[in-house]
Design a protein around this ligand. Sequence first.
Ligand code: 7PJ
Length: 358
Amino acid sequence: MKRYLRPTAFVDAPFGLDGRVARLAGGLVWFSAVEIIADDGGRRIGSEMVPVAEIERAIAGDPDAEAAWRRIVAPRPALTLGERVVRLDQPQVMGILNLTPDSFSDGGKHVGDPAAAASAGVAMAADGAAIVDVGGESTRPGAATVWEGDEVERVVPVIRAMAAAGVALSIDTRKAAVMEAAVAAGATLINDVSALSYDPRAMDVAARSGRPVALMHYKGDPQTMQQDPRYGDVLLEVYDWIEDRIAAAEAAGIARERLIVDPGIGFGKTLRHNLQLLNGLSLFHGLGCPVLLGASRKRIVGALSGEAPVEKRLGGSIALALAGAAQGVQLLRVHDVYETVQALRVWRGQRDEALTPL
Ligand code: 7PJ
């Protein structure tokens, strides 16, 4: 049997609640209870709501649960990305800069014009993105794979130009050769939607880069991943899968402090799977890494809003970004940087007032 800890019963502020509330990963969110989920071989066999005041007693003698508890309440150190320091005691925005001709959301916008692409990325940073995530291969359902030489040619000039402008850059790729070229051009974070499992060389290249790495969960491959994906319990299965990828990364010499985790919304998941992951997001803090969430303009938004087309999914995308922030997610990967940063600033203002003693 394995026990999972999901922080819940969030409260506005800790005042007067010493010992009865805990701070989630050193962020802006406090919680008063933990759902302890018991699992036996991939099936939930029970769930119990335990007040924070009693949690240490409830998990005593279970070293895995004790480790998860320590990780849930440990502050996340800031990310150092080149000259930039990205604090993780508040939610931050990662802007999406797609250089693909066929991305579902904004494909083709910047094809063949690296200068225009770079200025779009610089504008995202000016709008408040802490990081800009550059991608040269579409991983949308059904997408064709791209030859790595083409991918390098798409991303490198844009990364070089933006790095020169002082933007913190992440490279969204599954390919070791693209990671190497992007890091050499100035990318300071590696974002791999296969969690370093697609390219046999990726683990080693990422380890040697010394850069932080985002490990995202997926199931299947982009060609077929949306054909009837199945899970026992999606939340626990994704958690276990990422835990295994963290162990693999640590074995390859990538310390946990360098890792970021992401449940991979839309990657081999039905609408219900995505919703269960979003509702259970705070569980992932037990992995001890910053949590990254990418739900911007995805199918889940269309599916819940009368099939709104991709260009009309801003409202739903912001709703999901705020849902992430409310569960302590540190990094939000979005297309609409200005609007999401505005929403988070308003959320932040509310949190700050609640956290100011009267
Ligand atoms: C994600 C990603 C995501 C991370 C894409 C899209 C599809 N990387 N790359 N998380 N999605 N870490 O932007 O809709 O959810 S590509």
